[in-house]
Structures are given as C-alpha cells and as structure tokens.
Design a protein around this ligand. Structure first.
Ligand code: BGC
Length: 748
C-alpha cells in the first residue's frame, strides 16, 4: 500500500471517529439523508448554523474588497462553513483539518472556486467553447476542469454562467454561451453534466453553480452591475430557460446576480428565489449570493442598512452569504428582534448540509484533494490534448477571400505580427482559475513548432494592444515585406472582457487597426497572403477588417494550447467548423442586435424612409448568429417536411440533404430555425429549434433529419400560459441564422 493510501485511510478513519464522537450521523446509518441532516441540525447552536450560511474567501484571489482577515480563526470558531479561492490539495487539507478537528461539531468545509474554463489546463473562454456547437467538447472541457480542480481539493465551482447576453459591450458575455435561448439551454446542461458527472459523491466531480440568477445579461447599456428592467415575458422567455435547463440537469447550487430586476435586486428577490426557483422548478440545492451582493442592497436603495439587507435576502430565499459577512454580523440580532425566524435559518442550513452529505464530505472530508493525483492529472498530456482539440473547434472562420487560408506549409518565410502573437497571459482569458501564463503556448511558439526548421518565422510586435505608440510599425512593415505570408494577431487584452470590463466602443483598441491597415496595403500590393487572427472575449465591431482583410479567424482567448490550435487551423491540419454564438454588429450603435428580433409594424424597406432602420448603417449585422465558414463548402437541398399540416400529438420530420461540395473534409453545423407567423403576442422573426454538427468527407452527401413537436413551438402566450398556438410556421434550415432555405407548415 502506498503512503498515499495509508494517509487517506487514516484520514477517513480519523474523521469518522471524530464525527462519531461529535454526534454527526455518519453516512450509511439507517434513515434517509433528510433524517441525517435533521439530527445534525438538532445538535447545532444558532452561531454554528449561521456559520454554515457563511462563505469567506481565503486571501489567495479576490474579485472585490476582502472584508475579512483571519478567516482561519473563523473556521476554527465554526463561523464559516465554506471557503472560496483556496486551492491545492495540501492547503485545503490543512483548512479542512481545522474544521474537522478543531471545531465543536467537526462539520467539513465546502471549498469553492471560479473554475470556469479550466482549472490549470485552460480551455477557451466559455463564449469561445460555445462557438464549437459541440456539446461533447463542451462537456469534456468541464469534465477535465473537474478532474483537475477536485484533485486540487476543490468541491464546488461557480460555474456554469448561463446568462443570455445580447449586448457585446457587456464584458461578461465572454463567460456564457452567447445570445440564444435554445442553444444556451443545451450548453448549460452540457456544462452541468461535465462538472457534476453522474455522481456528486465521486471524488472527481465538482458541484456546479448556475449563475447569475437572473437576467444579469440584460444590464442597461451593457454596463456591468447596472439596472435590469424587462417584462415578465422577456424574463421567462429569454433569460430564465437556461437556468431551468441547469435545474433539469441536476445542478446543485445557484448564485444570485448583482443586478436589480424590475426594481428588486436579485439577491432580495422572492419572486425569483422562491416563487420560481423553489415553487415552480422544485430546485433542491442551495442558493449562494454573489460577492457581497447582500451588502449591495444598501446602495441599491432597497435596504436601509446591512442588517435589513440580510433579512430581505433570507426571506427572499438566499441560503449562503458570499463574503459579505452580513449573516455573520447581523442574523442573530435579526432573529432576536423577530425580523426573521430560526425556522428560516434552518431551511437554509438544511439545504447546505444536504449538499455536503451528497458530496460525501461527512463520509470522508478529505476525499477531494490528493497530492499525488494532483501531480498526475493537472496539465496531463490527455488534458492538454483535450484543450487543444476544444480550442480548434471553437475557432470561427469569418472571412476567407480567394482561399487565403489554409496557408501552405511550404512557405519559406512567415511573418507573425501583432501584440497578441506572443502574449502568453492573454490566451488565458478572464477567470483563468489556477492557470499559469507560463504554461501557455503562444501563436508564435505554435507556428514555430508547426513549421519547424524548413521555414523562417519572423516576429514583430508592431504595437501594444492598448497603447498609442506606433514606434513598432516600421519593424512590423519590414517583417511583412520580407515574408511570403503575414499572420496578424490582434484583438483585446484578456482584461478587456469578463467582469467589470464593459466597453462603450467595441472595435480593436489602441492603434492596432492602423497597424492592420498598413500591413494589408503592403500585402495587397505584393499579392501576399495575410490572415488576421482575432483574440478577444466578445463580439467586436470590425467593419474595416470585414471589408478589407483577406482572411479573418476568430480565436477568442483560446487557452493553454491556443498557439498550437491556431497553427493547426492556419496550416490546414484542422478545418475550422465553429459558428458564432452571438451576433457581430457593424457598429456599436446597432446594439442590441440579435437574430431573433421582432419584425415591427414597419419592417425595413430600403425604398421607404418610414420603416424601421438607420440612416447610416444597414440593419443587418456584420456577421450573423450561427455564422462561420469552412475550408470546404456545403450545399443544402430544399427543406423537406413529411407533412404540411400536423397535430398536437404528431411528430413533424424536417430534413435536408447536405453535400460537402468543396475540396476538404469538414464539419458543418446544420441549423433549424422556426418563425411563428401569427401569435397572440408577436413572435421573433426566427428562433433556433435544432442543430446538428455533422462531418462530411469531400464529395459526401448526408441527410439530416430533425423532429419537431407542438411543444417545441410553445411560448408564453397572451395570458402567459406556455403553449403552442395553432397556425402557420415557416421552417428554415441552413448554415447560419440567415438561412433562406425554407418550408411552410401548419399546426392544427
Ligand atoms: C462574480 C462571480 C464570481 C464571484 C466569486 C463575483 O464578483 O460576479 O461570477 O463567481 O465573484 O469569485
């Protein structure tokens, strides 16, 4: 037996003995989970209960003001039941030891962290992953993250973020699955499955947390933390479904959002946290606030002080206070004053303890976190390969004039230019958990490895991502002139997207566009291939590039293996297949712009001034939702339906034949959209209702069939009942949300 196993066995035994002495019902004892939780609850003092409702950060990473110092003393005193931003097996083991051995009841701690797109092996930012339209890949990424994070002593991730986001000014659009409801539901479920696996108690699965509940993506003007004022219909139709999908996938926790919703901050919003989440959806896990969001109800202007804010939060349905120390400081007093009851506290504590039992922490508080496994799995060859694969799948080829890409591996000299070409840290994107910049493969490094000694790879930074200096332009121009092809990596720094990273202008920052313009002119004159590689965390407004750059590859922030993955695509070892999960506007004045808008009473007519449009820009986006090119081409047959009239219990079969008509094998995301032509309330011009990613060899044809039922066409009707209405529908099938290939059907 290795030392590790002796250590684990002794640890387990010791904790079982401690637990037994302290009266904690061990797992396996007769009686259901609820009975165990209740008997533990009966042993707890009010202070200990409030401790379980308290989550504090360690001093490792913070995303806001650290209100507490001395969190180890809090653990020892049983005043905090959960810790976040503490990781590594050894460190968490020590904290857990304090909780288990030095507190009166020995209730194990719960360790949380923002493991969003990887723990140490970093995958593309979530929006990028979503561009893969590959649920297996997305689930796999979450699975790898869970394997690494649990080995490092973590139990709980603050992911997935399932906020629908239709405003690219909002930096947090990078953390979710983009603009679409149907698609967002699928991705939410895949991520929950990936993190939690089939069994929460397994030592390699991570408790997931659906966040930020709710409607955070609808902040006005895309400004982070701002106000949200939307109708109940929009809330239910657009913003809630991915949360419901997370509940259906078994997610164990929810996080409230910072924003107010129609006058009531989400953290004090009973309608959201109790009426909908508990009473309608029957969610059984626990609800944590976002970072100090109880305290923030004071500046929101809905509570006079923090004590009142805590009462509002508890009464609304919050179970755990992240970092705000409001329950910790005031809840006892609120109970003494009769503002809230011990019964309300018990409800919250029960939910939290139940999850701790389900994670197996009472069975063995040290089951997560294993120094040997940590060494073995973190950044393992298999995980790096998975990260490279998912990264390749996430890239979206936005333009490829005259087949600029793929580039030939026979090129003698390649110039790699741009501030992001050799930046390791930017590849990590926002929320990179324990990811290290040193572990990242840059585009320059990836290309050097791909091309080997046979080609010369020149590098010039050209300019900084954000600065105004053009001092580096001359060197870049010189490199471009000497090369046979130019690869230009431009975009955002990683800090320009993510939390607290809203932008009012969403073009290329700094002088990057000027650099691109000079290099495009040189390459055009010399008839040299030039490919722009974008790295960014949001849809950008890039009208000049769209018009003038010969090729554009959107690579988001691609993670640890980013450089290898991009090199694979640029040189044709992987044929790009990603599709945009969010619309790219032509300019920021078009925002909000998303494919499933309403038609209006005066739909755009270029010949009629008095129709819904702009004077200075078309209504259409630069690149629509679902758009992405391939090195090959796909032809679609007309859409076939197996009946033109279908009833409530029928299955409608919709099919197309897709042919790979180009000269590369490749993948296509076949997308199905529906328009409900007349409703008791107006309906979007189209809505995604199905998609399938298929691989076709060159020349190959395949039939793709979708099944639609009446319930797939349901929506919140005039009286807010959720159902499909009889009438005519138009069904579109194609490679993006602009597909014109359609058929008409009638639901009776
Ligand atoms: C963010 C959350 C995150 C939390 C903990 C907050 O500022 O809004 O998404 O999970 O910090 O780090």
């Amino acid at each position: 037996m290795t030392n590790k196993y002796i250590f684990l066995l002794l640890g387990g035994l010791l904790s079982a003995i401690c637990a037994f002495q302290k009266g904690i019902p061990p797992v396996g004892e007769t009686g259901g989970l609820d009975a165990k939780v209740d008997s533990l609850l009966a042993l707890m003092t009010l202070d200990e209960k409030i401790g379980q409702m308290t989550l504090f950060t360690s001093d490792w990473d913070v995303t806001g003001p650290t209100l507490r110092e001395g969190y180890k003393d809090d653990i020892r005193a049983g005043k905090t039941g959960a810790i976040f931003n503490a990781h590594t097996a050894a460190y968490n083991h020590e904290l857990q030891r304090i909780a288990v051995e030095e507190t009166r009841l020995g209730i194990p701690l719960l360790f949380g962290y923002d493991v969003i797109h990887g723990y140490k092996t970093i995958f593309p930012v979530s929006l990028g992953e979503a561009a893969s339209w590959d649920m297996e890949a997305i689930e796999k990424s979450a699975r790898v993250a869970a394997e690494e994070a649990t080995a490092a002593g973590l139990h709980w991730t603050f992911a997935p973020m399932v906020d629908i986001a239709r405003d690219p000014r909002w930096g947090r659009i990078s953390e979710g699955a983009g603009e679409d409801v149907f698609y967002g539901k699928k991705v939410a479920a895949a991520r929950v499955k990936g993190f939690q696996g089939g069994d929460l108690s397994a030592a390699n699965t991570l408790l997931a947390c659906a966040k930020h509940y709710a409607a955070y993506g609808a902040v006005q003007a895309g400004r982070d933390y701002h106000t949200v004022d939307i109708s109940e219909r929009v809330l239910r139709e657009t913003y809630l479904p991915p949360f419901k999908a997370a509940v259906d996938a078994g997610v164990g926790s929810f996080m409230t959002s910072f924003n107010e919703l129609n006058g009531v901050p989400a953290t004090g919003n009973k309608h959201l946290l109790t009426d909908i989440l508990r009473n309608e959806w029957h969610f059984k896990g626990f609800v944590v606030t976002d970072y100090t969001s109880i305290n923030e109800m004071v500046p929101h202007g809905i509570a006079a002080d923090e004590k009142a804010a805590g009462e509002l939060a508890l009464k609304a349905g919050v179970d755990m206070d992240m970092q705000g120390a409001v329950f910790y400081n005031f809840l006892k007093k609120s109970i003494a004053e009769g503002k809230v009851s011990v019964e309300q506290v018990d409800v919250a504590v029960r939910r939290i303890l139940k999850i701790k039992y389900e994670l197996g922490l009472f069975d063995d508080p040290y089951r997560y976190g294993d120094p040997e496994l940590e060494k073995k799995v973190i950044l393992s060859a298999a995980h790096l390969e998975a990260a490279r694969d998912v990264a390749r799948k996430s890239f979206v080829l936005l333009k490829n004039q005259d087949r600029t890409l793929p580039l030939s591996k026979g090129l003698k000299t390649v110039a790699v230019i741009g501030p992001l070409a050799d930046s390791k840290k930017d590849l990590l994107g926002s929320w990179h958990a324990a990811g290290n910049a040193e572990d990242c493969v840059t585009l320059l490094a990836g290309l050097r490895e791909k091309l080997g000694a046979a080609s010369t790879v020149l590098f010039a930074e050209g300019c900084k991502t954000l600065g105004r200096s053009k001092d580096g332009f001359a060197e870049a121009v010189n490199a471009a002139k000497r090369a046979d092809a130019v690869i230009l990596a431009v975009g955002e720094t990683r800090g320009l997207s993510g939390e607290a990273a809203s932008r009012s202008m969403i073009g290329l920052p700094g002088v990057q566009l000027d650099l691109v313009k000079e290099l495009v002119a040189i390459c055009r004159q010399a008839d040299k291939p030039l490919a722009v590689v974008l790295m960014n965390g949001r849809p950008l407004a890039i009208p000049w590039l769209a018009e003038n750059a010969p090729a554009i590859l959107e690579t988001w922030f691609a993670g640890t293996q980013g450089g290898h993955a991009i090199a694979d695509v640029l040189f044709g070892d992987y044929n790009p297949s990603g599709k945009l999960p969010a619309t790219f506007p032509r300019n920021v004045g078009q925002v909000p712009i998303y494919y499933c808008m309403k038609n209006t009473g005066r739909p755009m007519d270029p010949k009629n001034k008095y129709t819904s449009k702009y004077l200075d820009v078309p209504n259409s986006p630069q690149f629509p939702f679902g758009f992405g090119l391939s090195y090959t081409s796909f032809d679609y047959s007309p859409v076939l339906v197996d009946k033109t009239v279908f009833g409530r219990n029928d299955k409608l079969k919709v099919s197309v034949r897709v042919t790979n008509s180009g000269s590369y094998d490749g993948e296509e995301v076949v997308q199905l959209y529906v328009r409900d032509l007349v409703g008791s309330v107006t309906r979007p011009v189209r809505e995604l209702k199905g998609f399938e990613k298929i691989f076709l060899k060159k020349g190959e044809t395949r039939e793709v069939e979708f099944t639609l039922r009446a319930e797939d066409l349901a929506f919140y009707t005039r009286d807010m009942s959720f159902k499909a209405e009889a009438g005519d529908f138009e069904i579109f099938v194609g490679g993006n949300s602009d597909a014109e290939n359609s058929a008409k059907v009638e639901l009776r």
